[in-house]
Design a protein around this ligand. Structure first.
Ligand SMILES: Cc1cc2nc3c(=O)[nH]c(=O)nc-3n(C[C@H](O)[C@H](O)[C@H](O)COP(=O)(O)OP(=O)(O)OC[C@H]3O[C@@H](n4cnc5c(N)ncnc54)[C@H](O)[C@@H]3O)c2cc1C
Length: 394
């Protein structure tokens, strides 16, 4: 097996595959490794993505689209609801994916662009020389070996170790992780055109519950809560069982997903000499919604291009690779900053506060607005309750 590349990408999720595809398309010799034997499996996701944003990275293909929705409904704890359209830029959900097939399709594109893909290959450490990351150690079928490269891109998700091995502080406090559980429930009567989001401290403290249609009378029904509010009898799985037993007593559960997503906002440092971090590994998921697929792809695309140029120029210093971080922060940093501020305010709210918020916008037509435009209206309608968010939305 070859043991030297321009770029090694660790992790074949959306961030890794887009980074590998982009770097290979720019002429780099790329290896992408994945510790699992099957890319995309097991799924740790509710599989919701916005249509306009996904199209920037890959042509939609019915093989990996399980359902297409026209809008979503947000429910206050007392059951009052408001509706948002999904056909607007910045909407949160438009497709429910079949992620096992979607992640594989992305890896396929990386391979077609020229990247080599090795599955069942786990990074076990980074090779450090003179302060630079010079490659990784990897294990494949019980054998441990070194693979060298000019740049390592850590796309190894929430469990990322690549950054830590290279000296970047990637620690997440429990309050900075949304921990979730989800059932795929089938044989239920739901509106296949609408996603549902349910708020409330009984349903999902410091988080929310979702119902994402998946076609054929089925839906991903799940919730995520702050890691700091998890306790015996109130784990995500306990709260989820309560909801599903009450709302869909005759539904049949055919899959269980568990997992966490960073809700901290991005890492302060995403690069080091010879190293870049992308996607959940760089904590780039949205702190408010927990959405991370598109964010991971956006970062992968910027990182892949910068890495390819840096490797061909022969300068892989932190200063050179910071171009990736600067572009990423300019394009996406503000949005995540706003999401983090909103999340930090929302997690302190009582059910009565949440009810008041939703009541304040009842009857308003949000059909041409995305989540952030709706939040802007909430801030204007509730200046006292949302005082601290004023300057972010006005
Ligand atoms: C319950 C839940 C629901 C979610 N719902 C949504 C949603 O509806 N919409 C949305 O946009 N986002 C959602 N997310 C978040 C989304 O799944 C992630 O943000 C997204 O997958 C991040 O992509 P990534 O490529 O950075 O990481 P990942 O998709 O996690 O990929 C990382 C890959 O790296 C591999 N890896 C890890 N360590 C190593 C190693 N040492 N060596 C080799 N390979 C390694 C892993 O096996 C994995 O394949 C959800 C998350 C959870 C937990």
């Amino acid at each position: 097996m070859k043991e030297r590349y321009d770029i090694i990408v660790v992790g074949a999720g959306p961030a890794g595959s887009i980074a590998a595809k982009t770097a290979a398309a720019h002429g780099s010799d790329v290896l992408m490794i994945e510790k699992r034997q099957e890319i995309g499996d097991p799924v740790r996701c509710a599989e919701g993505v916005a249509k306009p944003q996904i199209k920037e990275h890959i042509k939609p293909d019915e093989r990996w689209i399980a359902a297409e929705v026209k809008g979503s409904r947000i429910y206050a704890p007392d059951g009052t609801s408001v509706e948002l359209s999904e056909d607007v830029s910045g909407a949160e959900v438009g497709y429910t994916l079949e992620r096992k097939l979607f992640d594989r399709a992305l890896a396929d594109e990386a391979a077609l662009a020229g990247a080599e893909v090795r599955v069942k290959t786990r990074a076990t450490g980074v090779i450090m020389e003179d302060g630079y990351v010079k490659g990784i150690t990897a294990r494949h079928l019980g054998e441990e070996y070194e693979i060298r490269a000019d740049i390592v891109i850590g796309a190894d998700g929430i469990e990322s170790k690549i950054g830590r091995w290279a000296g970047i502080d990637t620690t997440l406090k429990p309050s900075e992780i949304e921990t979730g559980a989800q059932f795929l429930v089938t044989d239920i009567d739901i509106d296949q055109d609408r996603c549902e989001f349910h708020l409330g401290n009984t349903i999902a403290p410091s988080g929310y519950l979702w119902v994402f249609p998946k076609g054929n009378r089925s839906a991903n029904i799940g919730l995520a809560i702050g890691g700091d509010v998890c306790s015996r009898g109130k784990r995500p799985i306990d709260l989820l069982r309560n909801f599903v037993e009450e709302r869909y007593p005759d539904g049949r559960i055919i899959e269980l997903v568990v997992g966490g997503v960073p809700s901290s906002g991005p890492l302060e440092e995403m690069v080091a000499d010879g190293l870049m971090l992308v996607g959940d590994a760089a904590h780039q998921s949205d702190p408010l919604t927990g959405g991370g697929i598109i964010n991971a792809m956006n970062a992968g695309s910027i990182a892949g291009e910068v890495a390819a140029h840096a490797a061909s120029e022969g300068d892989v210093s932190k200063a050179r690779l910071q171009e990736y971080e600067a572009i990423w922060r300019e394009r996406h940093g503000k949005r995540l900053e706003r999401s983090l501020a909103v999340k930090n305010r929302f997690v302190t709210m009582t059910d009565s506060d949440l009810n008041k918020l939703v009541h304040s916008v009842e009857g308003i037509d949000f059909s041409t607005m995305n989540l952030f435009q709706m939040l802007g209206i909430l801030v204007r309608k509730n200046p006292q309750m949302l005082f601290g968010l004023r300057k972010l939305f006005m």
